[in-house]
Design a protein. Sequence first.
Length: 371
Amino acid sequence: MTTSPSPDVLTDATTASPRDRLLAFVRERWDLVALVALAVAPLVVPALGGALGGQVTTLFVYCILALGLNVMVGYTGLVHLGIAAFFGIGAYLFAILTVPMYPFQMRFVTAAAVSALATAGIGLALGAPTLRLRGDYLAIVTLGFGEVVKVTLRNLEQITGGMKGLNPVPPPGAGLKIGGTDLGLAFAIDPRWFYYLALLTLAGVVVAMRRLENSRLGRAWVAVREDELAAEAMGVSATRVKLSAFAMSSAVAGLAGCLYAASLSTTADPNAYDFNRSIMVLCAVILGGLGSIPGTLLGVALLVGFDTVLAPWADSAIQQWNINPSGSSLLSFSGWRLAIFGLALILVMRYRPEGLVPSRRMAAELHEAHA
């Protein structure tokens, strides 16, 4: 026996204003709307063809890195303070496979795939002996691993270049021509090519994370986070689930490192992958909302965007207006950015502990706890 929808439902669906229908569409398909807006942006914002384009590309790379961390911290509930180490491992492996000083000289796609898989393997190697650790103990191990990786990259000068790093990392498509266009040259002279490459990669990672979130593995991650003993009693292997989280998080971080090295045409020095970078990404995930894809992206946009886009622009404006002729750090915008970060996190944790755009499950849990 079937029932027809109530008159009230039909009335709401047919009498909704165009504005309400548009807002509902944006809420449901925010990812598609954001992708279209970001894809069109370089066509209407000329500044994206210059330095701003490079800054926004770096922002996309950090979004990918934060989504990888969200698998560990947001979905599985494992504290990870060494995500920057896997970011750096991916960058250096990619450089070794592509720079002219080594005999491999792989294409971009092949080198990125191999680097991501190798980084996933290193994540498994770290996760296997630390499966029984939880909370602060796991955090200390991952923090120590990050420091070990940084020191190792610095000391293996014959392989990693030491503090100089590896360069030049060739741009994607180096040596390839399509329709008379030299792709390597196009990537080298126009930041918009990297902009679109990073945007497409970010879109692919978001789609993959959404599918994983609703898959059996994604539900297993959340089950282990909520109650590991109950999950094992229901037939979920906590060991396999945690190892898969380590591998997935490491692979995504390694992929972000590949894009980072390719966009800079160098790995930068090992200090670029230190503890401070791990903490910044972790703060972005917490600020946006644990276990929330849109929240993670928003947190990165606010924190990293503030640091890489807004702060340099504000410092440049202060110099142009001759507000700080003596160059005092007290009158520079960048000198206050860490204090602003801390104040923002304190306010969020006080008035919105679930994050700015939390997942429904996390928001419900925190509201029940405060009720």
